[in-house]
Structure formats: structure tokens, C-alpha cells
Design a protein around this ligand. Structure first.
Ligand SMILES: [Zn+2]
Length: 297
């Protein structure tokens, strides 16, 4: 049991993560990501937050490792398994390959998938810089203020993983807000899909026009929406150019990054405790509950 997270959530050990990537992870499941890319660029954190990593990868702590040159999805999958990532992301940018050039350095991003992150750890204080045109600081109505878990995050600030502390109540509120954001976006966009990222939710807009919004349009939209929704606009969790890869494991909470449908957001605790629970946790539980432990068989 963890003092950081609600319920049974616990940071997996390196061995558990390894088991997940070897037995449960499959890039096959995310081939749909190729809708805009020939070869998606995956990006991994080897273990910066949890300090659980393969010793040979120590030099990569504090940075993101890119998987951008590979022959096939099978090769890419092998690479991922070798790194046992704490978190695995994909690059949201779309690269246009210049046929005149053979060097990949000439591949320039010419679009970016529009994704919103809603985290239970995002509070009103994160929006102190978001100011309305009339000079009023916004963020008062994003619905996340004043919870015990925020106090705990502040009290334990500086301690490992303290920025990820959240409670069930804030998680439920985040799910509610995600539902609202989805409905709001569906008024303007055709294809909007949602994922649970192990802590909060990611809302992806797949309409082509959204890929080609410029920075100014994006900033306007993010600022506007952050007044009503707990959107992580500061990129605290990661750079704004990447997002969690569906099908991967959140190495902090030990939950799978999974797709969620609108109706599922009405019972968010099911997502948190059942649907996103990796197989390896279930197996351990069953073994533990039985008459024989694996060591005696
Ligand atoms: Zn809370």
C-alpha cells in the first residue's frame, strides 16, 4: 500500500515493469498510430522519477531517449523491451520528409497532434500565469481547488514522487471534467478520443485541421480552455511535444495507459482499479491468495 496514491495503487518494481513489457506490452495494438506517420517516434524515460532502471541506462536519467531509427515495428518493440521504460511516450509532431535530402536532419515537423492532459494533480495555482484580456487571473473555476491531497503535495514537496500525489476525490473530479471537455470539443471537432494515462486523462483530437493549428491558435485555445478545465498547460509532466503511448505502463502508478469511452467516465474508479490494472498484478494476487505460493510448486 502506498501513502502517495489512493487505494491499492503502488509504484511497480523494476522487475514488475520488465514483466509487463515482456509479457503484456504489444506495439501491434497501437498500429493505428500510423494514421499520420510512416514511423512514429517513441520516447522513453528510463527511470528518472522512480530511480528504478537498468544500471547500463543510468546515463539517460533526467533525459528522454528517442527511438526514431528502426526498420520495423518488431525491432522497435525489442528496443522498448530492452529499456524497460518507466514511462513511454510518442512524439506528437508530424514530420515531412524532404525527398531532396537523404539526411534525416532535414525532416522538419509540419504539424502536431492536438492533445489535452487533465491531471488530478493540476490545481488552480498552476494557472496563476493565465490572465484574461481584462487582466483577471483565471483558473478559479477549473474545479480542482482546495483538497487535502494538494496540501500533502505541498508538504512533501521535494520528496521523490510527491508531485504525483492525488486522491480519489480529485480523480473523480478530473474524470468529470474530462467528460465535459470531450463534449465541448465534440462541438467543434469530428474525432475526439480519450485515454487514461495512469494518473489522469488525455484527450486527443484527430481531425486533420487540428494537426495544422499554429502556435498562436493553440495558445489561445489552451488558455481559453484552462479557465474551465484542469488542463496541464505548463508541461510539468513532460514536454508538450510528446504524450503517453497507449498500451504502455505508467511506471509511477503501475497502471496501463488505456482508451476510455465517454460512458466509462461516469464510473472512474473502475478505470483506476480494474480496467487499467496490469495482468502481472492480478497474477501476483491470485498466487498470493492460493494455498501454494509459486516457490513451493
Ligand atoms: Zn484531492
Amino acid at each position: 500500500m502506498s501513502e502517495l496514491f489512493p487505494g491499492e495503487l503502488e509504484t511497480p518494481t523494476f522487475e514488475e515493469r520488465k514483466k509487463f513489457y515482456e509479457e503484456e506490452f504489444g506495439l501491434e495494438k497501437v498500429r493505428w498510430l500510423k494514421f499520420m506517420w510512416d514511423k512514429p517516434v517513441l520516447v522513453a524515460d528510463v527511470g528518472t522519477e522512480t530511480t528504478r532502471y537498468r544500471p547500463i541506462h543510468k546515463k539517460h536519467l533526467g533525459e528522454l531517449v528517442s527511438f526514431d531509427s528502426y526498420e520495423s515495428f518488431e525491432d522497435l518493440e525489442e528496443e522498448v523491451i530492452r529499456y524497460v521504460p518507466e514511462d513511454l511516450y510518442y512524439d506528437l509532431r508530424v514530420y515531412k520528409h524532404d525527398q531532396q535530402q537523404t539526411n534525416s536532419i532535414w525532416e522538419k515537423p509540419d504539424g502536431k497532434q492536438l492533445v489535452f492532459h487533465l491531471q488530478p494533480t493540476t490545481t488552480t495555482t498552476d494557472f496563476s500565469t493565465a490572465v484574461d484580456t481584462d487582466g483577471v487571473t483565471s483558473g478559479k473555476d477549473n474545479g480542482m481547488e482546495g483538497c487535502k491531497c494538494e496540501e500533502k503535495r505541498e508538504k512533501l514537496a521535494g520528496r521523490r514522487l510527491s508531485q504525483y500525489i492525488f486522491c480519489e476525490e480529485c480523480f473523480k473530479k478530473t474524470a468529470e471534467k474530462t467528460k465535459d471537455l470531450y463534449k465541448f470539443l465534440r462541438r467543434n471537432f469530428e474525432t475526439v478520443i480519450m485515454f487514461f494515462n495512469g494518473i489522469g486523462f488525455d484527450v486527443h483530437v484527430l481531425d486533420e485541421e487540428a494537426f495544422y493549428m499554429d502556435d498562436y491558435q493553440r495558445d489561445m485555445l489552451f488558455n481559453k480552455l484552462s479557465k474551465r478545465f484542469p488542463i496541464d498547460i505548463n508541461g510539468k509532466e513532460h514536454s508538450n511535444d510528446v504524450t503517453w503511448l497507449p498500451g504502455s505502463l505508467n511506471g509511477v502508478t503501475g497502471r496501463k495507459v488505456i482508451r476510455v469511452k465517454l460512458f466509462e467516465l461516469t464510473s472512474p474508479l473502475k478505470i483506476l482499479y480494474q480496467k487499467s490494472r496490469p495482468e502481472f498484478f492480478n497474477k501476483e494476487k491470485e498466487e498470493g491468495d492460493g494455498f501454494y505460493s509459486t516457490s513451493t510448486l
